[in-house]
Design a binder for this molecule. Sequence first.
Ligand SMILES: Cc1cc2nc3c(=O)[nH]c(=O)nc-3n(C[C@H](O)[C@H](O)[C@H](O)COP(=O)(O)OP(=O)(O)OC[C@H]3O[C@@H](n4cnc5c(N)ncnc54)[C@H](O)[C@@H]3O)c2cc1C
Length: 558
Amino acid sequence: MQDAAVLIVGGGPCGLMLANELGRRGVAAILVDDKAGTTTKPQANATQARTMEHYRRLGFAEEIRALGLPGDYPTDMAYFTRFIRYELARYQLPSARDARVIIKSLAGDWSAAELPHRCSQLYIEPILRDHAARLPSISLRYGWQLIALDDNGDGVDATITRTADGTTQQLRVGWLIGCDGPRSFVRKTLGFNLLGEGGAQRDFMGGRMQMLHFRAPHLYDIIPHGKAWMYWAFNSERRCFMCALDGVKDFVFHTQLRPGEHEEDVTDESMHAMLEQVVGLRFPIEVLGRAAWTAGFALVAERFQRGRVFLAGDAAHLFTPSGGLGYNTGIEDAVNLGWKLAAVARGWASPALMESYEAERRPVALRNTAFARGFAARIGVAPAPMIEEQTSAGAEARRKAGDYLNAAIRAEFNIPGVTFGARYDGSPVIVPDGTVPPPDSANSYTPTACPGGRAPHRWLPDGRSLFDLFGFEFTLLCVRPELGRGLADAAARLGIPVTVLDMPDEETRALYEADLVLIRPDQVVAWRGVEPPRDVETLWQVVAGAKGTMQPAVAASG
Ligand SMILES: Cc1cc2nc3c(=O)[nH]c(=O)nc-3n(C[C@H](O)[C@H](O)[C@H](O)COP(=O)(O)OP(=O)(O)OC[C@H]3O[C@@H](n4cnc5c(N)ncnc54)[C@H](O)[C@@H]3O)c2cc1C
């Protein structure tokens, strides 16, 4: 007897997203989190477009886009010497209201159903929680901590304790997923090391950081520049970034301790003084919270799975937040794990499907941490000492800094390649077709249906997103519908849920370069061809995890 199919340890964005993926498929899951509720810290601020596409697939992208800044607030990033002094660089980006409209006219790099949304994790987690809580197969248990686990081969025995009174309880589940964050108890219990760069030191974004969550309704009156979502200070005395949270009064400020400053001496007052340094003026604030964190990590766990226990999110990989990739990579872990766990739990996929999780997600974690590390190195350089001087040398230093920062800011935040270009080449459940995917690059993305990548997106003539027509499980996209019947019948015989989507038009044919395309529940192309494979059942068995290989029967053609 099991208490649930899945125990999710940790109710951060990754664990909550996994609860949504499982709950939407009717899989019984218990989520435990040792806190009393969702996070009280405004950590992640950038929801990437791919994460927004997943929220759209689950039906709550619009709810998320309504959170945070007012609808008409620009999501610019801007660099200043100090916020009331010289503006050095600015990357203008649309408000949430404009993002909804603009996305429908974009193609190429930004060919997508959603644009990014700049909003704090503080506001997003409650939405993820509320949706999960409404799903009948999901039980959310805040205030419970996992303290022991034992994988006995047929299931996992877990001991949880209620943090309020120490009551303990034994649970037996089919799988246990450690979404328990950077200090993951699950990872440590499995004995998996984090590998990579553990503590890069830089002038900024490499060292111990201090975070101040504060309220200051008059700050916008003080800053004589256009509003921004992210404000950066670039001077020799103190560097920082500060995010506008609600566009009215609440902000979060992050700074790195300078040589000679010690964490044990940091107080609300000293943080207030550091904030005033970067603004360039004294002003009152109300302190809402304070925390410390470390920048300079690019770490990935050596394994993501042992037996029935898996790692996801920060438990599996640790980023420096440049580029805003930590939470977004965790969301994609949850999406990948969610459909696979559900497929095995519901009996239509082989248990071996679970092995493809690490094969697919660990390389992406290595890729994404490397991109974030590169962004941090770029913005971690020291400003010229005369950058604030009212001299010609000072003006020249500001001009040079402006050029540098304008390029750096775009390199870090215009990242369709990072967002859409992650691939699962080499995965045992992807059937290659002999074509070569476009080069992997942070700042450019070439839509491709080469198996192993995100399905290319297009807007249909009636204004709908192609992604909105995909099924919740597999989708068989048929440009020549008469060719797809055998594949659909085979899926029915094998009990594999598939939505057949007939798209007999030239634009779809050109975009997908094939007549038949098999798209997974996570919107990744698993297979494509110009005719059905010789053995249609083998194709389904391979993509559903039964070990075996398929020859690319007929390569796709343009
Ligand atoms: C300053 C800063 C800015 C950031 N900005 C961005 C950004 O813009 N974009 C981005 O993508 N990422 C960003 N990140 C990273 C992002 O915040 C994390 O990647 C994200 O929170 C990870 O989500 P998670 O669900 O994996 O883990 P967490 O959010 O850490 O959640 C783990 C949960 O598990 C709980 N837990 C731990 N142990 C146990 C246990 N034994 N039993 C029960 N519960 C347990 C914890 O209490 C916690 O609630 C930023 C991080 C920082 C510090």
